[in-house]
Write a protein that binds this ligand. Structure first.
Ligand code: ATP
Length: 596
């Protein structure tokens, strides 16, 4: 199994072999085999017709130079007709082929991009923590367009080019062996040299400039998603400077790539000239010796023009094809590996119960860390229990929540919810049974009604309003000019922190999950908002297992049990009264510090 993490943006992308990328492209073609079959068939017809254009030209010249010796005087008209029919046939077949390709590729590009998007969404939280959203967007869109280029350049350019040049080469070989050998040899040399230069000389540099290109996208998205921080530090000029440095890196690398492209073209042009001079010279010599007719020389010159056109394009097309393969390799990489956190084959959906949670000898280490955060971690939470998690920053409270949601897999031991191991059920069904109200909820740039209904798509307007009422969000929503139809701005930027949390509580109410997790905002809210949120919360928690990452004494006091975390372990647990009575205890110290 390929480790997909290596392809995570932000790190240098792993290079898939051309063969692996080609396999991916092949599977995309197989989505529309009939349309692509027709496209290839028409391109083949066009190629065949192109091979015979010089032959028809030769016949025409011969019939003309024969002075109309045939009895009817029709031969040259027939030859001209054949010549024109072939020339028209090439273009008609190509036109029909291209239209088939447009039909097939537009459909495949849409499907392939949707699959890549789904795959990226299925990547683990850890993978995304290492990814730049902007770089991902760039990689996916670049790969989408590369697919069309690969298809067109291969079937519409490179392969017809090979067909015509070798087809004519063989025709020449049969009629004039020496010239034929020369043409085939120069052709082969040209192709081998072009491929080698592109693979060894152009491609490595092209991958480097692609990586710089993705860095640019990543940097823009990184700074723009934190634009408020940038502004609050008055750091616009600093960020612009940072971007300019990255743009400078990109410019240096892309210039090298483009120079390498240009150098390859130069070498190719020299080979085309050699072919031109050699073929014309050889046939002229044969004509002089009386071994070739004027028509033969006309054939040679037309054949050369046709071949030179294909060869000139061949170089560019092989390069574009390689660039296409490089550009699509990120998407191919996403699809080639398995997400680190995957549903077990045939995993059933989670069956929600009363909300019992059990940690059984859990050991967990974050990727990139040497020592485990949790070791031999045991805990049982009864259905309906109200738990408060307290402890110093970095002690492992948020990790506890991430583990019950299975955002990370543990090293050993087991986490069971309602008797079901979190690894044995589908992730989506598990997470739908755990409603999380984060500290600083990010909303979608959609209407408030849509944001609330995110927990239950298809919820009626009445249900949405009822949930908002219970979350103490209805009043501020109806005060907005467009009420429930107000767009909240990217990540909900147009709402205050307290308002966003109440929208998230309304979502949790609609979700109606047996387990509720509430991460209290650390920043202080005004008394009224705080009271509203506490009241809303009390309602949501009724009858559910509730886990509150607590920063406020009020929440802690009401908890059935307080778990005190320190360095990834629960060092004390009990009610507020019991823990407060424990002289020298961690909780007592934290509570004293928290008191105003
Ligand atoms: N994705 C990650 N990769 C590596 N280490 C991580 C990751 N997330 C958290 N950690 C580390 O794990 C430890 C526990 O973090 P966690 O977020 O669970 O603490 P916390 O108690 O919730 O802290 P806070 O109260 O500040 O939110 C910290 O040392 C943190 O640096």
């Amino acid at each position: 199994m390929t480790d997909i993490s290596a392809a995570a943006p932000g790190r240098e992308a792993r290079t898939l072999s051309n063969l692996a990328v080609a396999g991916f492209v092949w599977r995309q073609w197989m989505r529309k085999p009939r349309l692509y079959g027709a496209f290839i068939g028409f391109m083949g017809l066009a190629t065949l017709a192109d091979v015979f254009v010089p032959v028809a030209a030769g016949r025409l010249i011969d019939s003309l130079s024969g002075g109309g010796a045939d009895a009817s005087g029709q031969a040259h008209w027939l030859a001209l007709g054949l010549f024109l029919a072939l020339a028209a046939g090439v273009n008609i077949a190509r036109q029909i082929g291209i239209r088939m390709e447009i039909l097939a590729s537009s459909a495949v590009m849409a499907d392939m991009t949707a699959d890549a998007y789904a795959r990226v969404q299925s990547m683990s939280a850890d993978w995304h923590a290492n990814a730049f959203a902007g770089a991902l967007v760039r990689k996916i869109t670049r790969g989408m367009h590369a697919y069309d280029e690969i298809t067109m350049y291969l079937w519409g350019g490179v392969l017809p080019g090979l067909g015509v040049t070798y087809g004519l080469g063989v025709y020449i070989l049969i009629n004039w062996p020496l010239a034929g050998l020369y043409v085939l040899a120069v052709n082969t040399l040209f192709i081998v040299m072009t491929m080698a230069m592109i693979e060894r000389y152009v491609r490595p540099q092209n991958l480097v400039s692609n990586a710089r290109d993705a860095d640019l996208g990543g940097a823009v998205a990184d700074a723009l998603t934190s634009i408020n921080t940038v502004k609050s530090f008055g750091a616009e000029a600093r960020e612009t400077g940072r971007f300019a440095r990255l743009a400078g890196d990109w410019r240096r690398e892309v210039r090298k790539t483009w120079y390498r492209f240009a150098n390859t073209w130069l070498v190719q042009m020299i080979a085309v000239l050699a072919l031109q001079a050699g073929l014309a010279g050889l046939l002229l010599a044969q004509w002089q010796a009386g071994e070739a007719s004027a028509g033969d020389v006309a054939f040679a010159l037309t054949a050369f023009l046709v071949m030179a056109g294909y060869m000139r394009r061949f170089g560019e097309e092989v390069q574009s094809l390689q660039k296409g393969l490089d550009d699509i390799q990120d998407i191919a990489g996403f699809m080639a590996g398995e997400p680190q956190i995957a549903d077990a084959p045939g995993a059933p959906d989670f069956r929600p119960g009363a909300g019992a949670i059990e940690f059984d000898q859990v050991r967990f280490t974050y990727g990139g860390q040497d020592s485990p955060l949790y070791e031999g971690f045991d805990l049982t939470i009864a259905p309906g229990e109200k738990i408060a998690l307290v402890g110093p920053t970095g002690s492992g409270k948020s990790t506890f929540v991430k583990l019950i949601q299975r955002l990370y897999d543990i090293d050993s031991g087991a986490i069971r919810i309602d008797g079901q191991d979190v690894r044995s059920v589908t992730q989506a069904s598990l997470r739908q049974s755990i409603a999380v109200v984060p500290q600083d909820p990010a909303l979608f740039h959609r209407t408030l009604a849509e944001n609330i209904a995110y927990a239950r798509p298809g919820a009626s307007r009445e249900d949405i309003i009822e949930a908002a009422r219970r979350a103490r969000a209805h009043d501020f929503i109806t005060d907005l000019p467009q009420g429930y139809d107000t767009l909240v701005g990217e990540r909900g930027i147009k709402l205050s922190g307290g308002e966003r949390q109440r929208v998230a509580i309304a979502r949790a109410i609609l979700a109606d999950a047996p387990i509720l997790v509430f991460d209290e905002a650390t920043s202080s809210l005004d008394n009224e908002t705080e009271r509203d949120i506490q009241a809303a919360l009390a309602e949501v928690m009724a009858g559910k297992t509730a886990i509150v990452i607590a920063h406020r004494l009020s929440t802690i006091r009401d908890a059935d049990r307080i778990l005190v975390f320190q360095d990834g372990a629960i060092v004390e647990q009990g009610t507020h009264e019991a823990l407060s009575a424990k002289a020298g205890g961690v909780y007592l110290r934290l509570a004293q510090l928290a008191r105003p």
